[in-house]
Design a protein around this ligand. Structure first.
Ligand code: SF4
Length: 296
């Protein structure tokens, strides 16, 4: 079978940077690195990281208090994930008295800076994103109590009258076309609204590459990544919107050779937290499947 692998499949630069920071500290610090919530949303990679001494503490949304022993506090370094955290969480973590290292993706830092600058001028912020996602929870912390999260038209309709002006940003991993649609609607409601497209370059590239897979003749799309990874789930949704049978898998073992053998050409993409070793093994397995010619 012919396999077309999207150029952007796998780690984005923000995730790669966070992993390097954690691994470097694990090496230097004799394997004692704690992360505030899962460093990345990929259980296979988390298992690998655990073996090199990177351990997750805390919770998915980085909101609960950390249960750490005095020994942990003295001998470990605490690393913040690529998603970033709220200023309140940062203060809390820094007050734990541990060595602290911030691996927030600089692209998320730019969004936080934009919100902070608006809040200082008394502006309200509308964030297009998932209110339960840790990145959005962290970003809202910069809005000075004047932040709103929207996911659809109904959420925009429900926004109250706002004094002081409105600025709209996006969670870094949203769909470009949906942001455009919702920001147009927001402008209709608040004609003076400032719109900032803060979807990161890595996300845009991944969405463009998916279209290219279809243009290059992929009859079906394989999306690799954690089932709990928001950006991987979005990629799978986008693939389905292109009217291609889409298979969201976590590892090569989940490929069904009988089903895949009906295709001559398959496109492969992967979420921002999917390691190369998994993408390589999926591509290898697919290449080994002999397509069965369709019956006349
Ligand atoms: S998806 Fe974008 S914003 Fe998020 S970590 Fe990767 S590069 Fe940074």
């Amino acid at each position: 079978m012919k396999v077309i692998r999207a150029k952007s499949a796998g780690f984005c630069w923000g995730v790669e940077r966070a992993i390097k920071i954690a691994e470097n500290y694990a090496e230097k610090n004799s394997g004692k690195v704690l992360t505030d919530g899962p460093l990345i949303h990929n259980s296979q990679m988390m298992e690998k990281l655990e073996k090199s001494g990177v351990r997750e503490v805390g919770d998915y949304t980085s909101e609960k208090e950390l249960q750490l022993s005095e020994e942990d506090k003295k001998s470990s370094v605490l690393v913040v994930r690529a998603h970033g955290i709220s200023p309140e969480r940062r203060k809390y973590l820094k007050n734990l008295g541990m060595e602290f290292r911030d691996a927030t993706c600089p692209d998320v830092g730019v969004i936080a800076g934009r919100i902070k600058a608006g809040a200082r001028k008394g502006k309200n912020t509308v964030v297009f994103g998932d209110p339960k996602h840790p990145e959005v929870i962290g970003l809202l912390g910069y809005a000075g109590g004047r932040g709103y999260v929207v996911q659809n038209e109904e959420d925009i309709e429900a926004l109250p009258e706002m004094e002081g002006g409105v600025a709209m940003v996006s969670q870094s991993t949203m769909f470009v076309h949906e942001f455009q649609r919702l920001s147009d609607l927001l402008r209709e409601k608040y004609p003076e609204a400032e719109i900032y497209d803060t979807i990161c370059g890595a996300t845009k590239e991944r969405q463009t590459d998916l279209r290219k897979l279809v243009q290059q003749g992929a009859e079906a799309i394989i999306v690799i990544g954690g089932h709990h990874s928001a950006n991987t789930r979005k990629l799978a949704k986008l693939a389905m919107e292109h009217d291609r049978p889409t298979y969201h898998i976590e590892t090569a073992e989940q490929i069904n050779p009988q089903i895949m053998s009906q295709y001559q050409t398959v496109g492969v993409t992967a979420g921002a937290s999917t390691p190369d070793f998994i993408i390589d093994s999926v591509c290898k397995t697919l290449r080994g499947i002999e397509p069965v010619p369709a019956e006349a």
